[in-house]
Design a binder for this molecule. Sequence first.
Ligand SMILES: Nc1nc2c(ncn2[C@@H]2O[C@H](COP(=O)(O)OP(=O)(O)OP(=O)(O)O)[C@@H](O)[C@H]2O)c(=O)[nH]1
Ligand SMILES: [Mg+2]
Length: 235
Amino acid sequence: MRVSVIIPTHNEAQAICRVLADLPLDITTEVVVVDSTSTDGTPELAARMGARVVHEPRRGYGRACLTGMAAANLPDIIVFLDGDYSDRPSELPILLAPINEGRADITIGSRLHDNSAPGALPWHQVFGNRLATSLIRLLYGIKVSDLGPFRAGRTEVLRSLALEETTYGWAPEMIIKCAVAGFRVVEVPVSYHPRIGKSKIGGTLKGTVGAAWCILSLILRYYFRHKRAVKPRSA
Ligand SMILES: Nc1nc2c(ncn2[C@@H]2O[C@H](COP(=O)(O)OP(=O)(O)OP(=O)(O)O)[C@@H](O)[C@H]2O)c(=O)[nH]1
Ligand SMILES: [Mg+2]
């Protein structure tokens, strides 16, 4: 299995080397760091650590993931991982197992388990996640507990979904489109830890409100746009 790991970065110089150093080499075919306008040397550090760096001047978390998908070199599986060391790259086998065993088309790392560090996910992010996942369950019948960023998917499935969200709406878009199309979404427990470096989203009011808006509006927008096509199903 060829596994490409996509890491979006914007000023993650303090964390990126630890993220790259912890990725299990034996199961990672290539690492693509998609960097947007970092001014702290993140792309240079990533390249020095052996990652392929793709520059994406347009901001947006989803945009970086889409650019990474387009740049990946013929993978069977694509993995998405943040560059702030909140997720543990060494847990990659946990994400890949259900796909390799033929039980899942995409896997989502759920952070809401006992193995996460206390306080790593602040209360407002826990609340926002609960709200978003409850809405997803209500509108689409999809049972997920978290919209975690550490996730993996079969390339042919991911490419068939025509993902297009350039913001943090990318996180629910993938889950909803995947389940609505009849593919299997499987959650696995991963650990979560306080990020290294400066928080851009969870630690600021503006970032939190902005991300929440992107996520909730995507869930509602997609529902009303595709209402007739949506048939509730379990993930
Ligand atoms: N390429 C690119 N990467 C981004 C952009 N915005 C965020 N990222 C990266 O995407 C990942 C997730 O962003 P974070 O800032 O960690 O978002 P978060 O985890 O919701 O919130 P905090 O960790 O509290 O800041 C990190 O690796 C960021 O560096 C962007 O516009 N472009
Ligand atoms: Mg983070």
